[in-house]
Design a protein around this ligand. Structure first.
Ligand code: SAH
Length: 242
């Protein structure tokens, strides 16, 4: 069985520590003792790690050798902010499927009260990706950027393949578009998912100016969170080496 991975809260080059609920769980429920060995993710790498001290408020490890890990999908997801419960479900599943980065976008058609609350919600989104990363045994935690308007968000994209998921596109499927690229090279991809009301014409123009291509997931109109999950599943199938 794969051993459970712990994602460190703080670390140095040679040590790592878990705090809060993780420490309490490890100390109280799993009764961690000095000398025991666990797998700990620190600084983006998975290490074998030995418990140095364990209390319910902090468990400290000495980091041992680095272990081989799978790479995350090189997919940067731009997701318009929409109903928080649905969006959070989408973010959690995107993390399980391997997304490397999520940028929440305040779209023109993002409801006003959601747009206003988004900045305060980002801490919760970061907690969700962290828990989902741990649960799905990832060795890294996807970055969640502060919510930004589209123009700013587009400036944060470095991936050379930029694909706008569009229910209005009828020809070019995501699958075809990914197959066009050199397979196996795992080139970074950016995907953008719109809000429930769709993007405005002005926003569509911004995408075009930044070189985004329209792609479809099929003839049905999907909810935004379904589109995010379906798109990542296609990426996982087409881009992952193993
Ligand atoms: N404006 C639409 C709904 C938008 S659906 C309407 O009400 O008619 C929310 C987002 O999901 C879209 O912006 C798009 O990014 C994505 N999406 C939904 N269905 C899709 C499909 N068939 N192909 C690609 N993307 C889709």
């Amino acid at each position: 069985m794969t051993r459970r991975r712990w994602i460190a809260d703080t670390w140095t080059e040679t040590s790592a520590s878990l705090q809060g609920e993780q420490a309490a769980h490890l100390a109280r429920v799993l009764r961690a003792q000095p000398g025991q060995i666990f797998d700990v993710v620190a600084n983006g790498f998975l290490h074998r790690a030995e418990v140095l001290s364990a209390t319910e408020s902090e468990v400290v490890f000495a980091l041992k050798e680095q272990l081989e890990t799978e790479a995350s999908l090189r997919v940067h997801l731009l997701m318009a902010v929409f109903k928080f419960d649905h969006m959070e479900w989408g973010i959690e599943k995107a993390t399980e499927l391997g997304a490397a980065r999520v940028t929440p976008v305040i779209a023109r058609r993002t409801e006003k009260h959601l747009a206003q609350a988004a900045a305060r919600r980002v801490e919760r989104w970061r907690r969700i990706v962290r828990e989902a990363a741990q649960q799905s045994r990832r060795s890294d935690v996807p970055a969640v950027d502060d919510p930004a308007p589209l123009k700013t968000a587009l400036g944060m994209v470095s991936a050379e393949r930029r694909l706008l998921l569009a229910e209005t596109e009828q020809e070019n499927s995501l699958r075809n578009e990914l197959a066009r690229g050199p397979l196996g090279e795992n080139l970074p991809v950016a995907l953008a998912i719109g809000p429930e009301g769709g993007w405005t014409a002005e926003e569509m123009a911004l995408f075009s100016q930044s070189g985004w291509k329209h792609v479809t997931l099929g003839p049905r109109i999907l909810r935004a969170e379904t589109a995010a999950i379906a798109a990542l599943a296609v990426c996982a199938a087409m881009l992952q080496d193993s």
